[in-house]
Design a protein around this ligand. Structure first.
Ligand SMILES: [Zn+2]
Length: 211
C-alpha cells in the first residue's frame, strides 16, 4: 500500500483562517496548516494539477495490484493540514508516502525535483528507504522531465521545513513535478497527455521502489 498526497486543495483559497492555523512542523515548531499552492501564468492551479496526477497515478498503481490511499477525497475541500497528511502513511500501514506538487519558482528555472527530509526523523532505516524512494522516482521521472535547473542537485533536494516529510514514519518524499511558472513546464503540466506521462513515470518509480 502507498499513500499518494495531492498537494493543497481546491477549497483552501476560500478558507484562509483554517489553512493558516498553526500545526506541528515536525521540527519542534509550527507552520501553517496548508497553503493555496501556485498556478501557471494562465491560471491552471497547482491543486488541480496534483489532484489529476494523483488520480492517474493511483489508477496505474491499482492496475498493477498496489493498494493506494489518497490523502484527500476530492479537489473541492479544505486541507487536510500538512501534519495530518504526514501522519497518514503510518496510520494506514503504507510502505511509502508520495506527495505530488508543482513548484512556483522564478520563470527561468525548469524541471522536476524530489524532496526528502534532512532531519531523518524516523531513524536511519526509514531514512534509507526514503533515499531509495527518491532515487527510484528521480530515475523514473527523468525520462519525461529534466531535473530541476534551479534547485537541488540531479533532481534531488533535502530540506528540513516540510512538516509532512518530517512527521512521516515511513519512507516519504515530495515530488515537485515541474515549475508551473516556467513556460515549458507549464505547457507539459497543463496538458492531459503531459500529466499522464508524469503519472506513468511516478507509478513506475513507486513500483520500482516496492520491488
Ligand atoms: Zn505545492
Amino acid at each position: 500500500m502507498v499513500v499518494l498526497d495531492p498537494g493543497h486543495n481546491g477549497g483552501n483559497a476560500a478558507a484562509p483562517g483554517a489553512i493558516g492555523a498553526p500545526v506541528p512542523d515536525g521540527a519542534g515548531g509550527t507552520k501553517a496548516c496548508n497553503t493555496t499552492g501556485t498556478a501557471t501564468d494562465a491560471g491552471y492551479p497547482e491543486h488541480a494539477f496534483t489532484w489529476d496526477v494523483a488520480l492517474r497515478t493511483r489508477d496505474l498503481l491499482v492496475a498493477h495490484g498496489v493498494e493506494v490511499v489518497l490523502s484527500r477525497p476530492d479537489d473541492t475541500g479544505v486541507g487536510p493540514c500538512v501534519d495530518v497528511r504526514g501522519a497518514l502513511p503510518g496510520q494506514v500501514g503504507a510502505a511509502a508516502f508520495v506527495g505530488i506538487h508543482g513548484d512556483g519558482a522564478a520563470a527561468g528555472g525548469s524541471g522536476f525535483h524530489v524532496i526528502t527530509s534532512s532531519l531523518d526523523p524516523a531513524g536511519p532505516e526509514v531514512a534509507a528507504g526514503t533515499d531509495a524512494l527518491a532515487a527510484a522516482l528521480r530515475d523514473a521521472l527523468v525520462a519525461v522531465v529534466p531535473p530541476a535547473t534551479y534547485v537541488g542537485s540531479g533532481g534531488l533536494d533535502d530540506r528540513g521545513d516540510l512538516a509532512a516529510l518530517n512527521l512521516a514514519t515511513t519512507p516519504a518524499v515530495y515530488v515537485e513535478c515541474g515549475n508551473m511558472r516556467n513556460a515549458g513546464d507549464a505547457a507539459r503540466m497543463s496538458d492531459p497527455a503531459g500529466r499522464q506521462a508524469i503519472a506513468e513515470r511516478l507509478a513506475a518509480g513507486v513500483l520500482s521502489f516496492l520491488e
